[in-house]
Design a protein around this ligand. Structure first.
Ligand code: IFM
Length: 407
């Protein structure tokens, strides 16, 4: 048996908008109502009301940690107007974890923002950091005793989305324009679709790093929490001739953010698959029978690759795996994937890399940002009755946690 370090966190991660339901004051909720083809989050899986049951299922399975987010759009539905009731709601969630012996890992911002913040220029606004800092300051009032706090989830994805939107608006003179549909030729279209969300404008990325550092300072001053953020890791590799392009893409897409973690108490690594870069950019995932429901290749080895890259660029900041999982209908494939990912993770730990925990994405089948079909959960949910049905993978991961090791 391969054993993990003492005190290793074993758990699952979630995000408020994806599971709570009726996040009506958020930018995402507004976007869903007007975007053709986007499915609605609606009631989601009603975890806002059913969090006790959800955390209990996680604890009963033998897991010892739960990563969840507090929703800025609920806590500050209008600028500067904080809801004491919503803050108390999230404090109850923290207390419930503690009562069940579950270590909470709290994310302060996971993709969504309040609608008023988005309308006011979002992260591009000159005073975006001031607004986020005001929220973070208020959030510290409920973080007493919480050990692990992430300021933001996947700022690198957020920066890439913002960059893509900015470019499209600039190119179309303020109009939304599809990068692929408007391309002049099939070749341009293929190139645009390959590289959509590949680049993040460095000015935007550096702004996220500065905002993170400002939030970290507030958290350090007002709480005892260990502070970090969580980064989407692409586990990118070079196809022959793609070495220089790999460096360029990986720097903009990830490394600015890993570098921004230096000086943090920990960093969250989020890895799902791996992708090649050739001389012209990202190579689309090859079509294989075991591709996931989000079109990515089955690459459990991406976790070890991502951890090795993260530790190198952060210069050894302690790591928590804050997301790793697979969108599949086949739960046996989920168990196989997770087992292989954990074998790789164990190799990295055996080589001396400081990893403190593994939090699977995700606890519940949920709203995958405009889609309900990709099921990443350890627990299935009937979206009419909200009945929870744990999958075999939940018990499997719980047994790994109980042994603190893989067979
Ligand atoms: O569902 C998302 C999550 O919100 C952020 N990281 C990737 C997950 C799976 O796509």
């Amino acid at each position: 048996m391969t054993t993990f370090p003492n005190g290793f966190l074993w758990g699952a991660s979630t995000a408020p908008h994806q599971i709570e339901g009726n996040n009506v004051n958020s930018d995402w909720w507004a976007q869903e109502q007007v975007t053709p083809g986007m499915e609605l989050s609606g009631d989601a899986v009603d975890s806002y009301h059913r969090y006790r049951e959800d955390i209990q299922l996680l604890a009963d399975a033998g897991l010892n940690s739960y990563r969840f987010g507090i929703e800025w759009a609920r806590i500050e539905p209008l600028p500067g107007r904080f809801s004491k009731a919503e803050l108390a709601h999230y404090r109850r969630m923290i207390d419930h974890c503690v009562e069940l012996g579950i270590t909470p890992v709290i994310t302060l911002q996971h993709f969504t923002t309040p609608l008023w913040f988005a309308k006011d220029g979002g992260w591009s606004a000159a005073d975006a950091s001031d607004k986020f800092e005001r929220f973070v300051t208020e959030a510290t009032t409920i973080l007493d005793g919480v050990e692990w706090v992430a300021t933001m989830n996947e700022p690198n994805m957020q920066a890439a989305i913002m960059t893509a939107m900015k470019r499209m608006q600039e190119q179309a003179g303020g109009q939304w324009q599809s990068p692929t549909v408007e391309a002049d030729s099939d070749e341009d279209r293929e190139q645009a679709s390959r590289n959509f969300l590949t680049y993040a404008d460095p000015t935007i990325s550096r702004k996220f790093v500065d905002i993170h550092h400002a939030a970290r300072e507030i958290l350090h001053a007002r709480t005892d929490a260990k502070v970090g953020w969580t980064i989407a890791a692409g586990a990118l590799t070079a196809a022959p001739g793609g070495e220089a392009k790999l460096e360029e893409i990986r720097y903009g897409k990830e490394d600015i953010f890993w570098e921004g973690s230096r000086g943090d108490d920990w960093v969250g690594v989020q890895a799902y698959s791996s992708q090649e870069v050739d001389a012209t950019g990202l190579v689309p995932h090859p079509k294989r029978p075991d591709n996931t429901l989000v079109g990515t290749t089955y690459r459990p080895d991406s976790l070890e690759m991502a951890v090795r890259h993260a530790t190198e660029v952060t210069q050894g900041v302690p790591i928590i795996i804050t997301e790793n999982g697979i969108a599949t209908r086949d739960d046996a494939q989920r168990i196989r994937y997770t087992d292989e990912a954990l074998q790789g993770l164990h190799h990295a730990i055996s080589d001396g890399i400081d990893v403190r925990g593994y939090l699977h994405w995700t606890l519940l089948d949920n709203f995958e940002w405009g889609h309900w079909e990709p099921t990443f959960g350890l627990i299935a949910v009937d979206r009419d009755t909200f009945e929870r049905s744990p999958k075999p993978s939940l018990a499997w991961l719980g047994a790994v946690a109980a042994r603190n090791g893989i067979a």
